[in-house]
Structures are given as C-alpha cells and as structure tokens.
Design a protein around this ligand. Structure first.
Ligand code: SAM
Length: 243
C-alpha cells in the first residue's frame, strides 16, 4: 500500500500513460501504477547507486520488468525524447525539481503532464512552470505524519482549464486581502481558492515555525537578530491576513 502522499501523486497520473518517475528511489510509484495496469511503460530514474539497486530489486520482485525500467542518470537524462507523456518528480526540494526541469527541457517535447511534489520551496516550482508556459492545472496540500506537502499538477498552456490561465493575476480570494502575483506563487493559487482544510493548517504551521524563530531571535538579542525580526514580523502579518 502506498503512503497517502504517493497515492495522491499516483491519482494524478492518467490511465494509459507512459511515465518517467525521476528520483524514484524504490520505484514504489511506477511499480504500483504498473500493478494497477495504469501505465503501459515506465522509467524509474535514479541518480544514486543505492536507490537504483532498490528500484531494480522492487521491479524484479514485482515481476513487472517488462513495464518498469530502472535507469541510472541525472534528472531527465534517463529518458529519450518522445518516450513518455507524464513525468513525476516527488520528495525533493523545489529548487532541485526546478533545476531538473530546466536541464531536461529538451526531453519534455512529448510530455503532456507534470506531477511534482516538492518537500520545500514549492514556490520555486510554480515559478519555473509559469516561466516556461506550463500552467498549474491542479494542486493540493496534504498532511502526513505531521508534515505538509503540496502536490502540483501542470499541463501545457493549450491544454489548461480556461480559469487557470489567470491564476497568478493579482486577485482577492474569498473575502480576503488582494493577493499579488508573488503571494499567489507562494501560497498556492488553486489551494487558496479551494480553501482546503490542509491548506489552512499548512500555513498555520508555518506561522508557528515563524513564532518559534522569532522567539529565538528575541532571546539572542543581537543587532542582526533584531533587525531580521522586523522582516519576520511583516511576513507573519501577511500570512495572518491571508488566513
Ligand atoms: N520519489 C520518491 C518519493 O517521493 O517517495 C523518492 C524520494 S527520495 C527522498 C529522493 C530521491 O531522488 C533519492 O533517491 C535521490 O537519490 C534521488 N535524486 C536526487 N537528485 C536526483 C537527480 N538529479 N536525478 C535523479 N534522481 C535524483
């Protein structure tokens, strides 16, 4: 059984896809999708020896070696152009995910959908997508073992829902304050619109983290700490306003 996080990612992969799961580790996601008959072909890409070995073992045990192909390499280097139509990248920082997409652009020609799960810095992923004509088509926040994860699903601009084309234009959500583009990139424009419970909990937990950091700075009492404090307080107010 997959974790809630991987299950949610799996649910975003359309039936009949040819998939590349980059940074696949134990290849749990592609093996699960192959078991369900939901992918006709999958590459489990891994850069590191240990996880690659784990992926090979998992594929062997599942008997799905005809469908799931572990390959070693950096990011999208493991696939040929035109080989897949969905790419998943999960469980890494947003900066690394954005770098993988940036370096692998020549491999994205046949790709219709990206499903991305940054552990942190999800705004970096939204930024990369927006700058490269990928539109966020769906996003969700989920909580598992006390951690919050954004799952972002992007499609080509031409395949996007019409309302998502205006996703990052400054706008008010519900009765809240006007959110500028920067803030929409950061908070999550679709999740904010939906007002999912996990979305509010995620940002409340960020508030708690900020409080903790601010307390530390007050205690430290150095000039540097105190000047940072102002910045953090502004950030805190903004999150509070949006919530
Ligand atoms: N995707 C799985 C998940 O979400 O459960 C595994 C996530 S695991 C924390 C991240 C994996 O990405 C590690 O196995 C690591 O070796 C791999 N990785 C890191 N950088 C990579 C890169 N540039 N290309 C391919 N794999 C990479």
């Amino acid at each position: 059984k997959l974790s809630k996080r991987l299950q949610t990612i799996a649910d975003y992969v359309p039936a009949g896809s040819r998939l590349a799961d980059i940074g696949s580790d134990h290849a749990l996601l592609p093996v699960y999708l192959a078991e369900q008959g939901r992918v006709s072909f999958a590459v489990a890409g891994e850069i590191n020896d240990g996880p690659l070995e784990a992926a090979r073992r998992q594929v062997k045990e599942s008997g799905l070696g005809a469908v799931v192909h572990p390959r070693q390499g950096d990011g999208l280097a493991v696939i040929d152009p035109d080989e897949v139509d969905v790419v998943t990248v999960a469980g890494m920082g947003g900066t690394l995910i954005a770098a993988i997409l940036e370096q692998g652009q020549s491999k994205l020609g046949s790709v219709k959908r990206l499903v991305l799960q940054p552990n942190v810095a999800e705004d970096q992923v939204r930024r990369w997508l927006a700058a490269h004509d990928w539109l966020l088509d769906d996003e969700t926040v989920l909580e598992e073992d006390g951690k919050f994860y954004f799952i972002l699903c992007a499609v080509r601009r031409d395949d996007a829902h019409e309302e998502n084309v205006k996703l990052y234009r400054p706008r008010r959500i519900g009765g809240g304050p006007l959110l500028e583009t920067e803030e929409l990139l950061r908070f999550g424009p679709i999740a904010a619109e939906r007002g999912e419970e996990a979305f509010f909990r995620k940002w409340e937990s960020e508030l708690e983290k900020l409080d903790h950091i601010m307390e530390g700075m007050v205690r430290a009492g150095t000039d540097a700490a105190l000047s940072r404090l102002e910045e953090l307080a502004a950030e805190r107010n903004r999150i509070k306003e949006v919530l």
